[in-house]
Design a protein around this ligand. Structure first.
Ligand SMILES: [Zn+2]
Length: 316
């Protein structure tokens, strides 16, 4: 069995791909709803298998919600649409362009630091493949929306623009289940065969605000994408760990820049990985690092050089 029932009509499907742990969520309202169908192979494989355990098929899925526009959350959209061409696709407008346009996603998430830093071409090709087919977003999610799926299942939409600008969390109040997508980063995403992903967020203040929401929302079960299904106690530990890391890295990056005096994004990424050797040199680290550097610029403890990718410390 790969399906775990979290509340009546609310299920998690264990759907790892490559060396990445992943949970896909299903809500059996009168509209059968899938939250984040993963990559093409998880939608065609584990999602289809999990739905079969529930007596359903991919063709029965009425609504797919993408908590954000990353490939491992929306890459399965096209597979679901092959089975039901009328399926509705829901996402926040700030991430909709990534859901509908793979090349724009790659440019804005993976190639945004060019020419100072860019991933190997084969890594970009791999992500392009994992995006699957581009589909239009037919339902735009807004903060405060109450998505009525029928059968007593309502999802409250919380816009939490930190991991990506268009990230949302979904709260199923009746079942006291919270779906976080990738918003609860703790100390990043542990991988089996590669260096771990660094905690990944683009806006530090918004990240802290999202953690406050998680701590106070009253959920008893928290469904994450890559950290499994958590009890309230475990989720509180992850929130605490996330807050600790958010504070800790603010001090680390400030010290690293002060020591360097001036440094490019590639140099600061290397210095960060010397401090935290378990992490991958990738866009998660660079996104988060640049979020902190932007905040330092705002308070005058750093300055961005003319080339856009070199940071100057203003305090030693
Ligand atoms: Zn993500």
């Amino acid at each position: 069995m790969i399906v775990e029932t979290l509340a009546p009509g609310v299920h998690a499907i264990d759907a790892p791909f490559e060396d990445v742990p992943l949970q896909i969520y299903v809500v059996e309202g009168s509209r059968l709803t899938v939250i984040d169908p993963g990559v093409p192979e998880t939608a065609a494989g584990r999602l289809a298998e999990g739905l079969r355990e529930l007596g359903r098929r991919l063709a029965d899925v009425d609504l797919v919600i993408n908590t954000h526009g990353h490939h491992d959350h929306r890459g399965g959209n096209g597979v679901v649409a092959e089975h039901n061409p009328d399926v509705a696709i829901a996402a926040h407008p700030a991430d909709a362009a990534w859901v509908t346009d793979t090349e724009r996603y790659l440019a804005e998430e993976y190639l945004r630091f060019r020419p100072a830093w860019e991933p190997p071409a084969e890594a970009v090709d791999r992500i392009r493949r994992l995006c699957g087919a581009d589909l239009p977003v037919t339902v735009e999610l807004a903060h405060g929306d109450e998505l009525d799926l029928g059968g007593g299942h309502v999802l409250s939409v919380e816009h939490i623009p930190a991991h990506t600008d268009g990230s949302v969390a979904l709260l199923h109040r009746a079942g006291k289940v919270l779906f976080t997508g990738d918003a609860l980063q703790a100390r990043g995403t542990p991988l089996q065969r590669r260096a771990d992903f660094f905690p990944n967020y683009r806006h530090v203040d918004e990240y802290r605000r999202s953690l406050d929401f998680f701590a106070g929302c009253g959920a008893e079960i928290v469904g994450t994408a890559h950290t499994g299904v958590c009890s309230a106690h475990r989720a509180a530990q992850l929130v605490a760990e996330s807050r600790r890391f958010a504070d800790e890295y603010a001090a680390v990056i400030e010290t690293l820049l002060a020591k360097a005096g001036s440094a490019t994004v590639a140099e600061l990424s290397r210095a960060t990985r010397e401090h935290y050797p378990r992490y991958d040199d990738g866009s998660p680290l660079l996104n988060t690092m640049c979020a902190y550097l932007a905040d330092m610029c705002a308070v005058g403890t750093a300055r961005l050089d003319d080339d856009r990718f070199t940071w100057l410390g203003t305090r030693s």
